[in-house]
Every structure is written in structure tokens, then in C-alpha cells.
Design a protein around this ligand. Structure first.
Ligand code: NAD
Length: 264
């Protein structure tokens, strides 16, 4: 199928480089005709994001640090001026102090707890509210989560708590905006080697454990997450909102290690 996103305009938040999940999503949306704008966090990332945006014919790039409401507001002011309206947003943003993505969750500091929550959870709500102002004809919103929200994953710690809040936010936002035909969903991705992923201590062991134990016996790549995002952001999923959609080679469905693993 071609042109699923033809005539649709959307904002992609969270590209750091060409390994980013947000980039995998942006490529799929662009292939299907979407017109894209991007945000980047600071000038160093901006230098990497600009050539990527050019690859998908995007000229709209905005600096944005989601810890700062004024920074978020100026992105949406810019989009209002350029496009007037918006069809979709992708929020692929997460952060926590890597020193607390190891050891006991119980040792999480108040300061990092709050910062992790603001960046990794609350920012989606704030961005959704601003985006909804530009979605007079309905729209789609998508964020990225991880299964550490519902089950304990080693070292994921406070990020798991933030993702639990993020997933609840998806359901509340879906309820708030459903009457306006704005759909809100999340993809729960399996582990991917990205900058953010590398911040979690011993991530490579989780990666190889999933490769051995997921039903598909592999991890997922960003193009696969992009394909599922395309479904959730296009009319193909017009009846779907408030969902947490797993793209993880089926890992979330298994309850114990494979026999090969048990015999290792
Ligand atoms: P990434 O490092 O490529 O992207 C993370 C992005 O968050 C970066 O672009 C970074 O600039 C942005 N960010 C962090 N703090 C910010 C701030 N204050 N303001 C604005 N932007 C900020 O890594 P990724 O793995 O592609 O992460 C994207 C999303 O996917 C995150 O929410 C992450 O938790 C989620 N996720 C990742 C994995 C994985 O294994 N990599 C699995 C499931 C979910």
C-alpha cells in the first residue's frame, strides 16, 4: 500500500541520530507521504538531526528541551505559523540519570525521580495538550514505552515507574481527546541499541536474553517499530485508541525461559 500518510503533517520528537527509534518511525511515515517536522535537544543533536531531516525533505526543525515549557510552547507556535494545523505527533523521549539505572530502585533520589518523571512521563501530556490545540480535524498521538512499566527489568528502576505513568497517561489522554477523534496510543518496544538504551546498566545482557527467549528468537529493529507506528498513526488503526501495542518479537507473552536457556 502506498500513500497511507499522503496529505498528513506531523511532528517527530526524539531523533538523536540514525539509530533512534524516532528515526525508524520518521522514515516509514515519510515513505508513505507524510510531511514531517522535527525537534532536537540542543545544538549538538541538532547537527545530527538536520541532515536526517533533509533526507526526508523536511525543512522544519525546532530546538526543544521538554524540561522547559517555554521551549515546548515555541515549537507549537512555530508549527501553528507554518502549518496552521497538525495531524499527528510522535513522542520518543526519555531520560534518567544513568547512575540510577543500576543497583537498587529503592536508592532513587528525589531529584532524579522528579526529573525522570518530568522528561519521560509528563512531557507527553504537555506536548499532547499543545498538539491537540492544532488538531481541529482529529489526529493521532504516539509515545514509546517499555515493558519495565509492568514487570521488573534489571536496572530499569525509576524508568519503569515513569513508563507506568506514561502508559496510564496514554489511557487518560485517549479518554480526554477521543470525543474529538484524536487517538492516543503507545508502542512498547523491545530493547534496541540506541543512546538511551545504552544508559541502562548491563543492557547488552537483556538484549541477548531477549534474543534467546522471545518467540521470534531475535530483537526488533527500528524499521519494524516504524511499521507499527505507521499503522497506529494512519487510518488503518482508526478504531484503536488508548492501547499499549507491543513490538518486541513477542517477548511480553512468555512466562519462563526457553528449555535451551534452562539447560544452559
Ligand atoms: P535515543 O537516545 O535515540 O532517543 C531519546 C531521545 O530523547 C533523544 O533524542 C534525546 O534528545 C531525547 N531527550 C532526552 N531528554 C530530553 C529533553 N529534556 N528534552 C527533549 N528531548 C530529550 O533513544 P531511543 O531508544 O530511540 O528512545 C526513544 C524512546 O523509546 C524513549 O522514550 C525510550 O524510553 C523508548 N524505548 C526505548 C527502547 C530501547 O531499547 N532503546 C525500548 C523501549 C522504549
Amino acid at each position: 500500500m502506498d500513500g497511507l500518510m499522503k496529505g498528513k503533517r506531523g511532528l517527530i520528537m526524539g531523533v538523536a541520530n540514525d539509530h533512534s527509534i524516532a528515526w525508524g518511525i520518521a522514515k516509514k511515515l515519510s515513505e508513505q507521504g507524510a510531511e514531517l517536522a522535527f525537534t532536537y535537544q540542543g545544538e549538538a543533536f541538532g547537527r545530527r538531526v538536520k541532515p536526517l531531516a533533509e533526507k526526508v525533505n523536511s525543512r522544519l526543525l525546532y530546538p526543544c528541551d521538554v524540561e522547559d515549557s517555554a521551549s515546548i510552547n515555541s515549537v507549537f507556535d512555530g508549527l501553528k505559523e507554518e502549518w496552521g494545523s497538525l495531524d499527528f505527533i510522535v513522542h520518543a523521549i526519555g531520560f534518567s540519570d544513568r547512575n540510577e539505572l543500576k543497583g537498587l530502585y529503592a536508592n532513587t533520589t528525589r531529584e532524579n525521580f522528579v526529573r525522570t518523571m518530568v522528561i519521560s512521563c509528563y512531557s507527553f501530556t504537555e506536548v499532547a495538550r499543545k498538539a491537540a490545540e492544532l488538531m481541529d480535524n482529529g489526529g493521532q498521538m504516539l509515545t514509546l514505552t517499555y515493558a519495565g512499566s509492568t514487570r521488573v527489568m534489571p536496572n530499569y528502576n525509576v524508568m519503569g515507574v515513569a513508563k507506568a505513568g506514561l502508559e496510564a497517561s496514554v489511557r487518560y489522554l485517549a479518554s480526554d481527546y477521543g470525543p474529538r477523534n484524536i487517538r492516543v496510543n503507545a508502542i512498547s518496544a523491545g530493547p534496541v541499541r540506541t543512546l538511551a538504551g545504552a544508559g541502562i546498566s548491563d543492557a547488552r545482557y537483556m538484549f541477548s536474553y531477549q534474543q534467546r527467549n522471545a518467540p521470534l528468537r531475535r530483537t526488533v529493529v527500528i524499521d519494524e517499530i516504524g511499521g507499527s507506528a505507521l499503522y497506529l498513526l494512519s487510518d488503518l488503526s482508526s478504531g484503536v485508541t488508548g492501547e499499549i501495542h507491543y513490538v518486541d518479537s513477542g517477548y511480553n507473552t512468555v512466562s519462563m525461559p526457553t528449555m535451551e536457556e534452562l539447560k544452559r
